[in-house]
Write a protein that binds this ligand. Sequence first.
Ligand SMILES: *Cc1c(COP(=O)(O)O)cnc(C)c1O
Length: 353
Amino acid sequence: MTPVDLRSDTVTRPTPGMRQAIAAAEVGDDVLGDDPTVIRLQERAAELLGKPAALYVPSGTMANQVAIRSVCEHGDELIIDETTHAYHYETGAPAALSGVSVRIIRSPRGIFTASDVDACVRPRSAHFANSRLVIVENTNNRGGGAVWSVDQVAAVRRAADGHDLHLHLDGARLMNACTARNVKPAAYTQHVHSVSMCFSKGLGAPVGSIVAGERAFIERAHRFRKMFGGAMRQSGLLAAAALYALDHHVDRLREDHDNARHFAEAISELPGIILNPADVESNICIFRIDPALGTADEFTQRLRERGVWMFSTGADRARAVTHLDVSRQQIDQAIRVFRDVCNTSIRAAAAAS
Ligand SMILES: *Cc1c(COP(=O)(O)O)cnc(C)c1O
């Protein structure tokens, strides 16, 4: 049986329709500024995100890092929650590439408030780093796919304005947030100075992200994209996949959310799984595993042997992510395997004690 791959929404493969769009793409040399498909994608994304300009980049990491570099000088400080990708999963790049220190907020599921920002801002003085930038991640991955409300982002923007800070939205999964809250991207992006979004996650493109903002910001981002090695040549082949994703894979995100909630409701009833299904607001389901089932690594290994793939995200935590390469039928298959593995492990633990 084909494995049910719930490791990440990055594992999606291009559909036949997307492959056709890639094959048909008109291309040029984007470093020279004449790839028509990349230009079309950037214009379309700028409009979608309600910003004057946008830049296509190879990855979400690069989108965040060119944004940080475009806004900050060496010795500046950025404010961010401890759960976030730009802090956890980008190899210390703010320090390495931009000379920026990071001030951490610890908030429930990665969603923080204006007063959290106020508390992190440093006095303007020769003694301190210059607080320069705040990053909000929506949806928040390690927070279990938690979704910010528009009001929560607006409140953080007011705090940022009060301290003259730039607000960047890491919207790798912004379309998931919009689906969950039933709002247009601009509802969120009107409150931020810049935004990044991935095509290679739930939208199902093989490669690529976008960063959007004011023209002067995008001009700087363009320069740093080149410096960081992210300028590409006939990248219209990839941009075509992103355009296809915007046309065909946005409305269907609802299915991923329904699948994640369905999965969460089923496994939350199993012995040893600790999870409130109401916390599953988008396509990410993070749950805790009672020690009676073993460590998260042991537990996910047992699932893997039965054809259900997911990552542990801590000693007693694991994560399942739904996406366009997992059907409802496969979700039900995963639930059956889960039930078996939980029941067998609990029985074994009881027999041993
Ligand atoms: C995946 C992700 C990114 C970017 O990841 P890449 O692998 O570099 O494309 C950025 N932010 C968040 C929240 C993500 O989940």
